[in-house]
Design a protein around this ligand. Structure first.
Ligand code: KIV
Ligand code: ZN
Length: 518
């Protein structure tokens, strides 16, 4: 193995999915995992199997289906967590158990209520158990960057003795700054003096906006695994953004600097997929994958780029798969052209899904002259993948009246099983009115935590994509909907969120935020 190869450990489906308001269903997680494999990540952390039956099943599905990367399951040091992680990943081509416990005095005193000695004993027990199940065991010292380096080194030495093959140093609360984090890491690596086959890893959060900088500094100091997420999603301010780390390493590599083996041309598509599935928009000015990352507005810049791209471009849009032209389909496009385009966009859908999507595509062609890749993706993600397996509430019909400054009035008909119910409500705008009508029909009063509507293309006949998060009795769920009519897109998103909420409550998957996890 090339000693300068940096392994990419993707935790979009675990730490990323822990962001408030994100809950991906199994089909969505599989879509992301397949794209991560196409990208060539080294490890996919597919979830936290002990958190719920649903998490375990999703991790298992990824372990069974996705070939190439190592598939890891996260576990606290408890026996039942480690066994659940193993159950979930054991069918993977290359399974990994990732176990963790906090090591900082703050966490020991206030969260774990354990002594250092007790933590050491937990590490011994957990890593030994994990290692008896698989030869690939990662150990993470949560809140490592705020831990006493002498104790941290003792903990890592114990993990190595018990068989850990990767040692991870998380900056759990995003407190570190690059030079200090680099010195800290070098110190810990020297103190542990692990055998060369043990891989040092870092996992940085972005509370001070330094996650990528800290990760790059760690690579300079010898880390050869970096934990990160697509678009930098994750707890609070998020995790280090994978596309930024990978492009920084590639662009600034020089002749023989450390690098990943990623196919970076997958980035743009994957970023869009993750953003659509999670409902977390990518800011236009986001490095590498933002809509404006390669847009040159100032005349002087445009002039320079036209003469020679290197004047203002340090990487080429095609290096990250940024689309230079988006293909279009129309009402004369047949099933074959349609399904080939879906595949080219990186989606692998089951046959019935393709059929369903084709019908929606034809309906869309009646409303819209040309259907772009963006429209297609919105349709697939919001109308096919977002739909929960058990669609409890189905939108049958709706009507909205809104004139000038008057309050809007909406009537909504929903079907639940055999029962059809209609109710009406007013609101301070058409969206408010349709949401209120749904509340009346269902008798539920969820709180709207986030609501975003975006046109996927520039034209006025664009498909509008609505993404929102609702919360009821402490459980939150995200929903999405797409339509050329923004009211309909919003209404679909609201109903989608309610269906997801029912699903979460049924499986009591609320235990996602398991005590002590990050
Ligand atoms: O932030 C953190 O410390 C984590 C660990 C579980 C690796 O996510
Ligand atoms: Zn984390």
């Amino acid at each position: 193995m090339n000693p300068d190869r940096v392994r990419i450990f993707d935790t979009t489906l675990r730490d990323g999915e822990q962001s408030p308001g994100i809950n991906l269903n199994r089909a969505e997680k599989l879509q992301i995992a397949r794209q991560l494999a196409r990208l060539g990540v080294d490890v996919i952390e597919a979830g936290f199997p002990a958190a719920s039956e649903g998490d375990l099943e999703s991790v298992r599905a990824i372990a069974r289906e996705v070939q190439g990367p190592i598939v890891a399951g996260l576990a606290r040091t408890r026996d039942e967590d480690i066994r659940a992680a193993w159950e979930a990943v054991k069918e993977a081509e290359r399974p990994r158990i990732h176990t963790f416990i906090a090591t900082s005095d703050i966490h020991l005193e206030h969260k774990l209520r354990m002594t250092r000695q007790e933590v050491l004993e937990e590490v011994r027990r957990a890593v030994t158990l994990a290692r008896s199940l698989t030869s690939d065991v990662e150990f993470s010292a949560e809140d490592a960057s705020r831990s006493d380096p002498a104790f941290l080194a003792e903990v890592f030495r114990m993990a190595v003795q018990c068989g850990a093959t990767t040692l991870n140093v998380p900056d759990t609360v995003g407190y570190a700054i690059p030079s200090e984090f680099g010195d800290f890491l070098s110190d810990v690596i020297a103190r542990v003096d692990a055998p060369p086959e043990v891989v040092w890893s870092v996992h940085c959060h972005d509370d001070l906006g330094l996650a990528v900088a800290n990760s790059l500094e760690a690579v300079r100091r010898g880390a050869r695994q970096v934990e990160c997420t697509v678009n930098g999603i994750g707890e609070r301010a998020g995790n280090a953004a994978m596309e930024e780390i990978a492009m920084a390493l590639r662009v600034r590599r020089g002749v023989d600097g450390p690098d990943t083996t990623l196919d970076t041309t997958v980035f743009a598509g994957l970023s869009g997929l993750v953003s659509r599935l999670t409902g977390f928009p990518v800011p236009p000015n986001k490095a590498v994958v933002g809509r404006n990352a390669f847009a040159h507005e100032a005349g002087i810049h445009q002039h320079g780029v036209l003469r020679n791209r290197s004047t203002y471009e340090i990487m080429k849009p095609e290096d990250v798969g940024a689309p230079s032209s988006r293909l279009v389909l129309g009402k004369h496009s047949g099933r074959h052209a349609f399904s080939s385009r879906i595949e080219a966009l990186g989606y692998s859908l089951e046959r019935e899904m393709v059929e369903e999507a084709f019908v929606l595509f034809k309906n869309l062609c009646d409303r819209k002259e040309i259907v772009t890749d963006d429209d297609l993706e919105a349709l697939i993600v919001d109308e096919i993948l977002a739909v929960t397996p058990q669609k409890r509430l189905v939108l049958k019909d709706y009507m909205v009246q809104s004139a000038g400054r008057d309050r809007a009035t909406a009537t909504v008909t929903l079907v639940e099983g055999e029962t059809e119910r209609t109710d009406a409500a007013t609101g301070n705008g058409p969206v408010d009115a349709v949401f209120s009508a749904v509340k009346r029909v269902t008798g539920l009063e969820p709180q709207l935590l986030r609501y975003n509507i975006e046109a996927v293309t520039e034209r006025t006949d664009a498909v509008g994509q609505a993404a929102l998060v609702i919360s009821l009795d402490g459980v939150s769920a995200a929903g999405r909907g797409a339509s050329t009519d923004v009211i309909e897109a919003s209404l679909k998103a609201y109903i989608n969120a309610l269906n997801r909420l029912f699903q979460i409550c049924e499986g009591r998957q609320v235990a996602r935020v398991v005590e002590g996890s990050h």
